[in-house]
Each structure stands twice: as C-alpha cells, then as structure tokens.
Design a protein around this ligand. Structure first.
Ligand code: BG6
Length: 513
C-alpha cells in the first residue's frame, strides 16, 4: 500500500494520522452480528493501521455464555471472514487480542456493571487506558433503555477524571417513531450530556457520502447550479439485492421506512439539499442538515397514498438464483404486511428548492446493489440541434455511493463525422482508479471520530426527532390502511408498478440502473 501511495500523487495524505488517546471500547451485544461483521473488523483495521494506540482495549459485554478464550477465537474468526484486510496477520492479531476481554451478564443485572467497572479500572492500570471509555450499544434496541439506566446508576456514565472522556454510541434504529425517539433522547439526556452521545448512521462514514459536501463546497462551479433554476429533480436510490440475511425477526418488526428511509436516505437527502455550513464542524454541519429536514413539506394524511409507495417482494430470481418471497423467509410472519420497498416524493420548501421534487426509493431483493444520487438538470433552454439531438438526454450529475464509487456527469457531444449528430456520454471519475480500491470502511472512520471527540458525522438528537416527525404520519397512515396487494413485486425486479407511476404521473421516470 505504501508503494502505491508513493506512485500515485492523488493518494498522498490518505494516511494522515489522527491518533486518539488510549481508551477502552465496551461493546454491549458483543455476541451479535454487528460486532462480528462490522465493529470488530473496524477496530482491528484501526489497530493494524496504527490509527489507535497499542493499549486500546475492547470489552465484549453480552448475555451469551462464553469465556475469554472462546470470545477471542470467535472475534478472530469474524476478522478472517469480514475484515477488508483478511486473514488477520498473526503478529498484529496477537497484540490486538491481548486487549480483548469478555463479560457475560444480563443487561439489567447491576452485578455485571460492577464487574465491568472493576475490569475497566484494571485495564487503566495495566494497559494505560487513562479512564477513557466508549460504550457501544450494539444490542437489539429493546435493551438500550436498560443499559443506559444501568450505566447511569453504576456511575460508569460519568468521566472518570477531569482529563478523561466517556462517550456512548447508539446504533440505529433510534426509536420506532417520534414518541419512542423522544423518550430515548430524554432517557439518554438524564444520564449523559449531549456531547457524550454519538448516534451512528454508518452511511455518514462512507467516503462517497462525505464527499457530497466536499464536492459541493470545495468547488466553485456546482453551487451556482445547485437549485431550482437549473435542477429539474433529484433521484436518490439505495437498492439492495440481498434479502434478510438471517435478520427476519428484526426486519419484520421494522420495515424499509424505519430501517433505511428514516436514517440513511434522509441523511443523503439532507447532504444534497443543505445550505453551505459556515464551518466544517459538528454544530454548523448538523445545524444546516436539520434545517433541511425542517423544510421538508410535511405529509398530510390524505396525500400519503399519492406521494408514497410501499412494496413487499414475492418469490423471484436475483442474479441467477431463485429466492423465496419475503413471507417465506425465516422468522417472518407468513401473512406479514411489512414493507421491503419504499418510494416517496418529497419537497423541500425553501428558496433553493421550492417545487423541485426529490424522489427517493429503497428496497430489498432488487436486481442489483446500487446506491446513487442523481441530480437531473433542466434541458438547455434553446435547442440548436433539434434534428440531431434525438439521442440527447438532459444533463445528469450522478454521485455513485456504491458500488463503482465515483461521480459522472452526463453530457451531449458531437458524434464524429460529416454531419451533426449528438449523443450523451459520461464524464467519469472513479475512486478505484484515482485512489486505489482499498478504502476504509464506514465504521472505521466513525469509531475513530468518536474516539477523537468529533461528532460531525453523527446524528444530533433534534435531527433524529425531526426525521421521525416527518415519517410518523406515513407509518400511521400505512398501519391504518393495510396494503391489499402484498407481495406486489417479484424478487429481482425494480419494485412495484406504483413506484413507476409515481414519476410517470409527473412526466418523468426512474433512472435505469
Ligand atoms: C443497515 C440496514 O442499516 O444498512 C440493512 O439495517 C441494510 O437492512 C444496510 O442492508 C445497508 O448498508 P450498506 O452499507 O450495505 O449499504
């Protein structure tokens, strides 16, 4: 990797080091899927790249009966399976594993928290972790409240000394609706200060998502065009080809609106639509993002059926594989009304965006995994080349979040030859080509930011609440009117026909991806 950096001047600075102080990360829910797939590989990679100091330690806290040896073995196995650098390098793993501990306890058992407090003190003495702690809530959300309460009662939520920090990261979903999110915020606030609280949305840690702000605000040429005068509409797509991946119980109680729209899609929308912040810091950036959510036109119950579409997949074929319908998935109610697809039309009622539609869609078991934001510009006001321009499409700027991370601008050019003929082509930027394929995972960046005390890429309390305020009327309207036609799209198709109609009624269509 170092050799690549030397060879490619664009990669200089990629390893700019920001090292936090030594500390301990306590993962509640350490025997779960998130810890295996994301958290442990992320901490391992941070340690491998020496972005966290050697004394940094991780304590797994969970209900599962296991001992430290087995916990370490299972974390090694997770890294070998899911880390972007795999398998683990023995020398690095050995050092990393010395800082791995496990506590088996119920989340509501004060004894477990006393054991934890003792262990943290011991790690401070033995590994120089200085009283710094991150508590990571990676359990099912039903356990959050209990853990926060116990952290408060046991005194673990308070910083251990004047120089030490104590922070808490809360995984999504943050609540199930406005009321539960308010309650969770209230409870957190009774134990932690807002600047100790890090509500995570891993989309904000993706390089391509961070780049939305850089691309918009580090270049002079896009902002003048970034408004209702030049933009016809914006499409945000987060399509997944996977199904439930063993998460049937969680998903069936959640659905796509809560699982994806409330967080990832509204975050993307906020970043695309926000005004330039006065600084790149937590207050300024998040302040502008919240303003966008406040400006989104609230959904009035009678218009919900015409502005939103929900879907659920039936059996079908994805890639070359036959896959079951949603209702046949493990742990899903065979009569389930849970949506696996959502499309919606939104308006941001402010000077920049008045009357410019934002169409967003997300779904599981779509034909392929692709996430992008497409800014579709208005046509040229006067077409000189009317006859020649049959193949000419309006300009579209596409921010490709994943895969094939990059940016492309669709523009018309002359086809070489003696007559004027015009075709649309892509001006393309590809991350892989410019910077190499080995980008850090979103969780690496976000864990590091939390350890450094930078909450810019985390969601503020009022931001989550505003997002829920917007979506709760939809949840209520959907619950009151169960869908008559589920399943209404086949696995491996681009979603229900009603989603196409949502744009066709406006004389537009979804981009073919
Ligand atoms: C999670 C959702 O937040 O994001 C999952 O709970 C979804 O259902 C996942 O599959 C998608 O993340 P990514 O990074 O693969 O796009």
């Amino acid at each position: 990797m170092d050799a690549d950096i030397a060879a490619n001047p664009l990669r200089e600075g990629l390893r700019l080091e920001r090292t936090p102080q030594p500390g301990v990360m306590v993962i509640f829910g350490a025997s779960g899927d998130l810890t295996r797939r994301k958290l442990m590989p992320a901490v391992y990679n941070l340690s491998r790249e020496r972005l966290i100091p050697p004394g940094f330690s991780v304590v797994g806290f969970a209900r599962s009966e296991t001992d430290e040896t087995h916990f370490r073995e299972s974390m090694l196995d997770a890294i070998n399976q899911f880390s972007r650098n795999r398998p683990a390098q023995p020398a690095i793993w050995e050092t990393f594993a010395e800082g791995l501990r496990y506590i088996q306890s119920a989340y509501d058992d004060p004894t477990g928290y006393r054991t934890l407090a003792n262990l943290l003190g011991q790690l401070d003495r033995e590994r120089g972790t200085g009283g710094n702690r991150v508590f990571y809530l990676a359990t099912p959300p039903s356990a959050y409240s209990e853990i926060v309460e116990q952290l408060g009662k046991s005194g673990l939520a308070r910083p251990t000394n004047a120089d030490a920090w104590t922070r808490i990261i809360i995984e999504k979903p943050f609540g199930r609706d406005l009321e539960s999110a308010l309650e969770l915020n209230r409870q957190l606030a009774s134990v932690f200060q807002e600047n100790q609280i890090y509500r995570i949305d891993h989309y904000l840690g993706k390089e391509t998502v961070q780049n939305i702000l850089v691309f918009r605000f580090a270049n002079g040429i896009f902002e003048p065009l970034w408004n209702r005068r030049y933009v016809d509409h914006i499409q945000i797509t987060v399509a997944e080809s996977i199904g439930l991946e063993g998460r049937g119980r969680y998903y069936d109680a959640t659905g796509a609106l809560r699982d994806m729209v409330q967080n990832h899609l509204l975050q993307l929308l906020s970043l695309v639509a926000m005004e330039p912040p006065i600084a790149f810091d937590a207050d300024a950036v998040r302040g502008e993002k919240v303003k966008v959510l406040h400006a989104v036109r609230p959904y009035q119950p009678p218009e919900i059926p015409s502005l939103t579409v929900r879907g659920q997949y039936g059996p079908g074929t994805v890639g070359a594989e036959d896959v079951p319908g949603y209702r046949e998935e493990p742990d899903v109610d065979p009569g389930s009304k849970t949506e696996t697809y959502v499309a919606m039309k939104l308006f941001v009622d402010n000077w920049r965006w008045a009357d410019t539609p934002f169409y967003v869609r997300t779904g599981k078991r779509l034909p392929r995994r692709v996430s992008e934001i497409a800014i579709q510009f208005k046509r040229a006001p006067h077409l000189l080349f009317r006859q020649a321009a049959e193949g000419l499409e309006p300009n579209v700027l596409v921010l490709r979040i994943q895969p094939n991370e990059g940016i492309s601008l669709r523009a018309g050019v002359k086809v070489p030859g003696p007559t004027i003929q015009i075709r649309s082509i892509n001006l393309d930027f590809l991350y892989g080509l410019s910077f190499g394929a080995d980008q850090p995972e979103a969780y690496e960046r976000l864990l590091l930011d939390c350890m450094l005390g930078d909450s810019t890429l985390f969601t503020r309390g009022d931001e989550v609440e505003t997002a829920w305020r917007l979506l709760t009327p939809i949840l209520e309207a959907w619950a009151a009117n169960p869908p008559p036609d589920f399943p209404n799209y086949g696995a491996g198709t681009w979603g229900p026909a009603a989603a196409d109609a949502l744009l066709e009624d406006d004389g537009r269509r979804w981009r073919r991806l």
